[in-house]
Design a protein around this ligand. Structure first.
Ligand SMILES: [Ca+2]
Length: 140
Protein backbone atom coordinates (compact mmCIF):
# COMPACT_ATOMS: atom_id res chain seq x y z
CA UNK A 1 0.00 0.00 0.00
CA UNK A 2 2.80 2.42 0.88
CA UNK A 3 4.61 1.60 -2.35
CA UNK A 4 1.41 2.31 -4.28
CA UNK A 5 1.07 5.73 -2.60
CA UNK A 6 4.71 6.54 -3.37
CA UNK A 7 4.21 5.56 -7.00
CA UNK A 8 1.16 7.83 -7.23
CA UNK A 9 3.20 10.73 -5.81
CA UNK A 10 6.02 10.08 -8.28
CA UNK A 11 3.56 9.85 -11.15
CA UNK A 12 1.97 13.16 -10.10
CA UNK A 13 5.42 14.76 -9.89
CA UNK A 14 6.28 13.50 -13.35
CA UNK A 15 3.03 14.91 -14.68
CA UNK A 16 4.03 18.29 -13.25
CA UNK A 17 7.48 17.97 -14.81
CA UNK A 18 6.16 17.40 -18.30
CA UNK A 19 3.15 19.69 -18.05
CA UNK A 20 3.23 22.79 -20.15
CA UNK A 21 2.45 26.09 -18.52
CA UNK A 22 0.37 28.06 -20.97
CA UNK A 23 0.62 31.84 -21.18
CA UNK A 24 -2.71 32.48 -19.43
CA UNK A 25 -1.63 30.37 -16.46
CA UNK A 26 1.76 32.06 -16.41
CA UNK A 27 0.07 35.48 -16.29
CA UNK A 28 -2.12 34.43 -13.35
CA UNK A 29 0.92 33.18 -11.44
CA UNK A 30 2.96 36.26 -12.36
CA UNK A 31 0.21 38.66 -11.24
CA UNK A 32 0.45 37.31 -7.69
CA UNK A 33 3.84 38.98 -7.29
CA UNK A 34 2.56 42.50 -7.93
CA UNK A 35 0.39 44.84 -5.86
CA UNK A 36 -3.30 45.23 -6.29
CA UNK A 37 -4.11 47.55 -9.15
CA UNK A 38 -0.99 46.60 -11.07
CA UNK A 39 -1.47 45.32 -14.59
CA UNK A 40 1.26 42.75 -15.10
CA UNK A 41 -0.37 41.10 -18.11
CA UNK A 42 1.67 42.75 -20.88
CA UNK A 43 5.00 42.49 -19.06
CA UNK A 44 4.21 38.85 -18.19
CA UNK A 45 3.63 38.27 -21.91
CA UNK A 46 7.11 39.57 -22.70
CA UNK A 47 8.69 37.49 -19.90
CA UNK A 48 6.76 34.44 -21.07
CA UNK A 49 8.25 34.85 -24.54
CA UNK A 50 11.79 34.81 -23.14
CA UNK A 51 11.04 31.46 -21.48
CA UNK A 52 9.39 30.18 -24.67
CA UNK A 53 11.90 31.22 -27.33
CA UNK A 54 10.54 28.73 -29.86
CA UNK A 55 7.03 30.19 -29.42
CA UNK A 56 5.44 26.83 -28.73
CA UNK A 57 2.75 28.51 -26.61
CA UNK A 58 3.84 26.73 -23.46
CA UNK A 59 6.73 26.66 -21.04
CA UNK A 60 8.01 23.18 -20.27
CA UNK A 61 9.83 22.31 -17.09
CA UNK A 62 13.05 22.27 -19.11
CA UNK A 63 12.33 25.73 -20.57
CA UNK A 64 11.72 27.03 -17.07
CA UNK A 65 14.86 25.49 -15.55
CA UNK A 66 17.05 26.69 -18.41
CA UNK A 67 15.61 30.22 -18.18
CA UNK A 68 15.89 30.37 -14.43
CA UNK A 69 19.41 29.00 -14.56
CA UNK A 70 20.48 31.85 -16.83
CA UNK A 71 18.94 34.43 -14.53
CA UNK A 72 20.21 32.92 -11.29
CA UNK A 73 23.57 31.47 -12.25
CA UNK A 74 24.38 32.74 -15.72
CA UNK A 75 27.34 34.93 -16.54
CA UNK A 76 26.85 38.66 -17.00
CA UNK A 77 26.92 38.02 -20.75
CA UNK A 78 24.17 35.37 -20.43
CA UNK A 79 22.02 37.75 -18.39
CA UNK A 80 22.56 40.58 -20.89
CA UNK A 81 21.62 38.26 -23.73
CA UNK A 82 18.43 37.32 -21.85
CA UNK A 83 17.61 40.99 -21.18
CA UNK A 84 18.26 41.80 -24.82
CA UNK A 85 15.85 39.05 -25.87
CA UNK A 86 13.25 40.58 -23.55
CA UNK A 87 13.50 43.97 -25.26
CA UNK A 88 13.97 42.68 -28.82
CA UNK A 89 10.31 41.81 -29.17
CA UNK A 90 10.42 40.60 -32.77
CA UNK A 91 13.76 38.82 -32.37
CA UNK A 92 15.46 40.58 -35.28
CA UNK A 93 18.60 41.39 -33.30
CA UNK A 94 17.80 45.10 -32.92
CA UNK A 95 15.97 46.97 -30.16
CA UNK A 96 13.93 49.73 -31.74
CA UNK A 97 12.43 52.76 -30.02
CA UNK A 98 9.00 51.23 -30.51
CA UNK A 99 10.05 48.01 -28.77
CA UNK A 100 11.62 49.91 -25.89
CA UNK A 101 8.50 52.08 -25.60
CA UNK A 102 6.31 48.98 -25.38
CA UNK A 103 8.48 47.50 -22.62
CA UNK A 104 8.64 50.78 -20.68
CA UNK A 105 4.87 51.12 -20.97
CA UNK A 106 4.38 47.59 -19.61
CA UNK A 107 6.75 48.36 -16.72
CA UNK A 108 4.65 51.42 -15.82
CA UNK A 109 1.61 49.15 -15.85
CA UNK A 110 3.36 47.02 -13.23
CA UNK A 111 3.45 49.99 -10.86
CA UNK A 112 -0.28 49.90 -10.43
CA UNK A 113 -3.00 52.46 -10.25
CA UNK A 114 -2.27 53.33 -6.66
CA UNK A 115 1.03 54.97 -7.52
CA UNK A 116 0.92 58.64 -8.39
CA UNK A 117 3.91 58.05 -10.62
CA UNK A 118 1.65 56.37 -13.13
CA UNK A 119 -0.32 59.53 -13.74
CA UNK A 120 2.63 61.89 -13.65
CA UNK A 121 4.95 59.76 -15.77
CA UNK A 122 2.45 58.39 -18.24
CA UNK A 123 1.08 61.66 -19.45
CA UNK A 124 0.72 61.59 -23.17
CA UNK A 125 4.13 61.40 -24.78
CA UNK A 126 6.02 60.92 -21.51
CA UNK A 127 6.84 57.31 -22.28
CA UNK A 128 8.16 58.31 -25.70
CA UNK A 129 10.26 61.08 -24.18
CA UNK A 130 11.72 58.59 -21.72
CA UNK A 131 12.62 56.26 -24.59
CA UNK A 132 14.09 59.14 -26.61
CA UNK A 133 16.35 60.04 -23.67
CA UNK A 134 17.57 56.43 -23.42
CA UNK A 135 18.38 56.39 -27.13
CA UNK A 136 20.19 59.74 -26.87
CA UNK A 137 22.37 58.33 -24.08
CA UNK A 138 23.13 55.12 -25.96
CA UNK A 139 23.94 56.96 -29.20
CA UNK A 140 26.48 59.23 -27.50
CA1 LIG B 1 13.62 44.02 -32.68
Amino acid sequence: MILFAVNIRIANSLKLLIKLVKEDTFKIIYAQFFPRGADSSQYAHYIFNTFDPDHTGGITFTDFVVGLSVLARGTAHDKLRWAFSLYDLNGDGVITKDELERIVSSVYDLMGRSLEVKNSVREEGATREHVDRVFQVTEN
